[in-house]
Design a binder for this molecule. Structure first.
Ligand code: GLA
Length: 383
């Protein structure tokens, strides 16, 4: 990256990196102020950066041929529907936060598969935030970086995502998942036993409806809270609702809102239990909870799709398999499987074969472990 950067900008860069993530359990709970249990994975987005004497932001990518140039004092207020949106969105939010930015040259190099639900966008946002802050000689606590990147995605890119992806991209730890309380942002590291791998299987489909349906699920949850809080005044989000309270209103509630709430409430319970099981090294129980999570996402939250279901079913019975589920927002993207390290490679081969036979699509399978979060990879070298 440093070489490519020097060729492009005739300057030597600092390089920041931030990883993608896989969510082990706790889907569609973050924006309901609930719990999630993601890990960072060893695919990173790198941002090489050097200061400029003027107030311009020059953006290049090794993966895309389009080049962008912006004046820092006249950053666009709307997205351009291009990869630069994630960088510009972060710059705009830093500006709103009162950070005075300086001119910079940027070169982005992404390893996180795009559109697979592994949070390449959060990784780009976080690495960009660190790069922009460094050039401006400014510092922000990492939790604020995560929040600011989420705001860039919400307000600039227009996706009403929760905090999970940006948080884990900032705070990931090798060998650990992060149990995050998305209301308080308190987090706890949960050790992942060394003899287990995350086998991540990309269905290679992404159904068009995903972003519209995502926002619709959020609205349904908000509507459910309005309904539930009429009977239970202390309810501000689905996080506050117990399964008994929900059951007590089953006969009067809209059936769709009931199902959405049921998923979120039961998923929060599963996340907390899964974290305990990981700590106890009880992988069979984690696997069972992952399967339950998938069924709940498929039947009650209705964000799975045929390909994800087939990929999950295809894993059943394979040696070394503890459990698996769809991961991320849904309607395509990846499944995550917890697999004994000794069987991971054959598991991946057999799963690929089964999925291909069922769908005629050749999947992409990645064998991963929990990795570290965002970092400064290399300091500027002075000749
Ligand atoms: C996407 C969003 C996250 C989260 C998941 C669903 O990945 O970016 O904030 O809501 O969907 O769990």
């Amino acid at each position: 990256m440093a070489q490519a950067f020097e060729q492009e900008f005739s300057a030597s860069p600092e390089i920041f990196s931030a990883p993608g993530r896989v969510n082990l359990i706790g889907e569609h709970t973050d924006y309901n102020e609930g719990f999630v249990l993601p890990s960072a994975i060893g695919f990173y987005v790198g941002v090489a950066v050097s200061p400029r004497p003027d107030r311009k932001l020059l953006l290049r990518s090794t993966g895309f041929s389009d080049k962008f140039e912006f004046a820092l004092d006249r950053l666009p207020s709307r997205k351009l529907f291009a990869w630069c949106d994630y960088v510009v969105g972060v710059a705009v939010m830093l500006g709103h936060a009162g950070i005075s930015l300086k001119g910079a040259n940027f070169l982005v190099h992404g390893q996180v598969p795009i559109g697979a639900g592994l949070s390449s966008s959060a990784a780009l946002e976080v690495a960009s935030a660190l790069a922009l802050l460094s050039v401006a000689s400014q510092d922000l606590p990492l939790t604020d970086v995560a929040k600011l990147c989420q705001r860039a995605e919400n307000e600039f890119v227009g996706a009403r995502v929760g905090i999970m992806d940006q948080f884990v991209s900032c705070f990931g730890q090798e060998g650990h998942a992060i149990l995050l309380d998305c209301r308080s942002l308190e987090s706890k590291l949960v050790p992942i036993p060394k003899n287990v791998k995350f086998v991540i299987c990309n269905t290679k489909v992404k159904h068009e409806l995903s972003s519209g349906e995502y926002n619709r699920r959020r609205e349904e949850c908000e509507e459910a809270v309005r309904v539930l809080s009429k009977t239970y005044p202390g309810v501000y989000s689905l996080r506050d609702v117990s399964s008994d309270q929900l059951s007590s209103l089953k006969s009067t509630m809209d059936p769709v809102l009931y199902k959405r709430s049921k998923h979120v409430i039961s998923e929060n319970e599963r996340v907390v239990r899964a974290a305990e099981c990981f700590c106890a090294g009880d992988l069979d129980d984690v696997g069972r909870l992952m399967r339950e999570s998938h069924c709940s996402l498929r039947d009650d939250y209705e964000v799975s799709c045929r390909e994800l279901d087939l990929m999950v079913e295809a894993a059943e019975g394979l040696p070394g398999y503890y459990g698996g589920r769809m991961t991320g927002g849904g309607f395509g993207g990846c499944t995550v499987n917890l697999v004994d390290e000794r069987h991971a490679k054959t598991f991946a081969d057999h799963l690929a074969e089964r999925y291909q036979q069922a769908t005629k699509i050749s999947p992409e399978i990645m064998i991963c472990s929990a990795a570290n979060g965002a970092a400064l990879e290399s300091k500027k070298t002075t000749a």
